[in-house]
Every structure is written in structure tokens, then in C-alpha cells.
Write a protein that binds this ligand. Structure first.
Ligand code: GDP
Length: 440
């Protein structure tokens, strides 16, 4: 995500490294590069200029006695300003009505239908809601089909009316259907066009007026850069929407849309789409995004993913084993299974501060644990629970059995010993926290 921008900002901010203090000259040099990086990422010119002016004022107004080094100070100022620009605090969605009605808007191809499905799935699993999806695209039967396919995939009912050419009626009937059948969220997917046009705008404005949604969301493809910002403006002028959904952030996105959109339409980005799968949806947190843009990783999201996998009972059992010195390779294996459930390795590594950048060019295998698992599977139950019995002969057999080398076996043993030692050291409150971090 935003690799190019991250790289350029990193280089710009490095200019201040080694300088003893902030001066007008070194600040100007740094910010010139920061501005260039933002413009290259397709951030609107005016916004980039205001951004660097604000940071400059703040930097020069800083007390020289600050405990931070100039480089660190500048990183902090840039980070704070990026966060502010992207919306400050995270914005939730309004689910107050019964049913609460959510209207999706956006151009064709922006990812509206996909996102409608993701949101329904998200609300169903995370917020225990009962959503109904509504197909209001009266022009393209394929679009209605697509929503039915999505609905089937996630187990959410889809409401559509074959032959009805009146989207206002369809939406109203869908809400009646929801009320009568106990659905508490109604997500209305509408027709999009390839570009903003009057007929489409009038149609969606009519639907909007008739159903009075609690939440009107504008979906936009992040890859379209400044165009995304212009389209957002056109839709907002007409619908006064409540929030933006930025899709396709998994691609080679330059970042301009994410950074500029909030300050142009003064509406928060609420969710992001990071892939074609139904699970590829994330709540948008401006500060975490700023961290990622600056190559600082996103530890908070990483820990949250770990917590989703955290099993209190398992953790307690593990703690007892560690205390009794009984932590073995079977436990190690189950730890690996937990970590694997958290997501793909490349994605996870990107969330570790500094690691994303350091490992940018390293090919990370989809299954990075393949060798480790093979080695452990080649051990006898006895060897797994008491690794101290592993002599040269046994190691040789394990390497052969797992299709690895004796060096790889030795390396795993070394890692295992270090980990056992660390766990022993961190017993008590510390160990619990560490295991929580590790998803155990
Ligand atoms: P709609 O016309 O606005 O309803 O757009 P669709 O939901 O049909 O999406 C258009 C295309 O973009 C489809 O091929 C989707 O699979 C793809 N797509 C949607 N969201 C994402 C995303 O977050 N990441 C990626 N890579 N592709 C996406």
C-alpha cells in the first residue's frame, strides 16, 4: 500500500537526520521534498501546499529545547498532519434505525456491489446484525445477478424485483419486506454509470429522498487518484453523503485519493476495501493509515487481529505448560496455526514497524511456515515433547523425512530454545501479554 509515497517521504524526512536543530533552511529543504512526494502521489496541489505550510509553521514554532531530535520531530509533525488531513478520529456508521437503511452510491466499476456484500458480511459477523441486500440497478441484469451471487456466498438474502423499472419503488418495497421479516439493516445497491451524468444523479437523488437513509455512502476506486476526488465532489453536491468508501487499496494505489478526499468534501472515509474477497474490508483509522504511509507499520491492527484469534482457555493451558517446563513442539505447532489464521504473511509483515520497508523486495512465501511444519511433523511424539533427546542421528533422520537440511533443523531448534527461554522469563503478567500479542 502506497509504497512509492512511503519511500519518498522516508527519503525526505531523512534529510533532517544528523542535523542538530531545526532551522528555516533545513525545514524548507525537507518540506520541498515532502510536497514533491505528495504531488507525485496525486495529492491535490492546493492540499499539498497547505499541508507543508502548516507543518512548517509548527516546526519553526517548536521550542528548541524539545526532547525530540529534529528528524523525529518532523516525522511526528508530518504524521499528525497526515492524520488530521485524513479525518482525525475514525468515524463509525449510523445503525440507529430499525431497519437502518444504508444507500450505496458511486460510479460503475467503483466496487459498489462488492462492497455492499462486504459490509453485509461485516455487520453480520462482527455486529450480529441481520442485513438485507437490495438490487436497485434496473439497467443491467448482470449487476442484479452479481449481487445474488455475493448474497449466496455470504448467506445474506438479496431483494430484487424482476421487470420493475422503478428503483424508488424497489427500494421502498425492500424496506417493507425488511420490516415484515425481521431484517434490521437494509443495504441498497444502486446503478452506476461510467461517468457522472445527470440522469443517474437524478435517479439516485430520488431514491435518497424517498427512503431517507440513515447512512449514504459514496464508493470510490482509490486507483483513480484526483478523479476520485472530483467524482466525490459531484456526488456530495447532490446527495450530501455521510461517508466515503475507498476501494482497491490493495492495488498499486498512489495514495492521493486517501489523503485528499476528506478535506475536499469534508466527509470522513469510513471503510476501505483491500481485495476482491468478502473479508477484505477494514474500518478506516486515519492515524493507523498515517503510520502505514510513513512506514511505521500498524501494530494496533496487528494486535487486534491477534486478539480475534485469542483463546483464553488455550492461553491458560499454555501458561501452565511453560511454568512446568513442558512447552514442546506440539505447542509450537499450534502457535503457528494460530498465527496463520491472522492473515497472509506479506500483509502481516507490512504491519510490523519498519519491516514492510526492510522486506519490500523479499519474496515472502504464502506459506512461510511450510518447512517448520514439515520438520515438526517428522519428529516422534516423544521428540516433540522432549526436544532435548534430539541428537545428531535423530536430526539427520528428521531432515531427511521432512525434505529439509540439517541446518534448517538446527535453526528451528535454536529458535525453539530461544522462544522457550523468553517465555520462561516473561512468566506472569508479561507472558500473558506476550502470548496475546502472538495470538496464542
Ligand atoms: P460496481 O460496478 O461499482 O458495483 O463494482 P463491482 O463491485 O462490480 O467491482 C468492480 C470490480 O472491482 C470487480 O471486478 C471487483 O472484484 C473489483 N473490486 C471491488 N473492490 C475491490 C477491492 O477492494 N480490491 C480489488 N483488488 N478489487 C476490487
Amino acid at each position: 500500500m502506497f509504497d512509492n509515497l512511503s519511500d519518498k517521504l522516508d527519503k525526505a524526512l531523512h534529510l533532517l537526520k544528523g542535523h542538530g536543530k531545526i532551522t528555516e533552511v533545513n525545514v524548507a529543504d525537507t518540506l520541498k521534498e515532502v510536497r514533491r512526494a505528495l504531488l507525485d502521489a496525486d495529492v491535490n496541489f492546493k492540499i499539498a501546499k497547505e499541508f507543508t505550510n502548516t507543518v512548517k509553521e509548527k516546526a519553526l514554532g517548536q521550542d528548541v529545547l524539545t526532547t525530540l531530535q529534529p528528524g523525529q520531530l518532523m516525522v511526528k509533525l508530518v504524521k499528525d498532519e497526515l492524520t488530521e488531513l485524513m479525518g482525525g478520529d475514525a468515524a463509525g456508521i449510523n445503525l440507529s434505525g430499525n431497519p437502518s437503511v444504508i444507500l450505496m452510491s458511486g460510479l460503475q466499476g467503483s466496487g459498489k456491489t462488492t462492497f455492499s456484500g462486504k459490509l453485509a458480511n461485516f455487520l453480520k459477523t462482527k455486529k450480529t446484525k441481520k442485513p438485507l441486500l437490495v438490487a436497485c440497478d434496473i439497467y443491467r441484469p448482470a449487476a442484479i445477478n452479481q449481487l445474488h451471487v455475493v448474497g449466496e456466498q455470504i448467506g445474506v438474502e438479496v431483494y430484487s424485483e424482476e421487470g420493475n423499472k422503478n428503483p424508488v419503488e424497489i427500494a421502498q418495497n425492500a424496506i417493507k419486506h425488511a420490516k415484515a421479516n425481521g431484517f434490521n439493516v437494509v443495504i441498497v445497491d444502486t446503478a452506476g454509470r461510467l461517468a457522472v451524468d445527470e440522469q443517474m444523479m437524478t435517479e439516485i437523488a430520488n431514491v435518497h429522498k424517498a427512503i431517507q437513509p440513515q447512512e449514504t455512502l459514496f464508493v470510490v476506486d482509490a486507483m483513480t487518484g484526483q478523479d476520485a476526488v472530483n467524482t466525490a465532489k459531484a456526488f456530495n453536491d447532490r446527495l450530501n453523503f455521510d461517508g466515503v468508501i475507498l476501494t482497491k487499496l490493495d492495488g498499486d494505489t498512489r495514495g492521493g485519493a486517501a489523503i485528499s478526499i476528506k478535506s475536499v468534501v469534508n466527509k470522513p472515509i469510513k471503510f476501505i476495501g483491500t481485495g476482491e474477497k468478502m473479508e477484505a474490508i477494514d474500518v478506516f483509522y486515519p492515524n493507523r493509515m498515517a503510520d502505514r504511509i510513513l512506514g511505521m507499520g500498524d501494530v494496533v491492527s496487528l494486535v487486534e487481529r491477534a486478539q480475534e484469534q485469542y483463546d483464553e482457555d488455550e492461553a491458560r493451558k499454555l501458561q501452565k505448560k511453560i511454568a512446568k517446563n513442558e512447552f514442546g513442539f506440539d505447542d509450537f505447532l499450534s502457535q503457528i496455526q494460530q498465527v496463520k489464521k491472522m492473515g497472509n504473511m506479506k500483509d502481516l509483515v507490512g504491519m510490523i514497524p519498519g519491516a514492510g520497508k526492510a522486506m519490500k523486495d523479499v519474496e515472502i512465501e504464502d506459506d512461510a511456515f511450510k518447512h517448520i511444519e514439515a520438520i515438526i511433523h517428522s519428529m516422534t511424539p516423544d521428540e516433540r515433547s522432549k526436544p532435548s533427546v534430539l541428537d545428531a542421528k535423530r536430526k539427520n533422520r528428521i531432515a531427511k523425512g521432512s525434505g529439509t537440511s540439517i541446518q534448517q533443523v538446527n535453526q528451528l531448534l535454536k529458535q525453539f530454545n530461544q522462544m522457550s527461554k523468553m517465555m520462561k522469563m516473561m512468566q506472569g503478567g508479561g507472558a500473558k501479554n506476550m502470548m496475546r500479542m502472538m495470538g496464542g
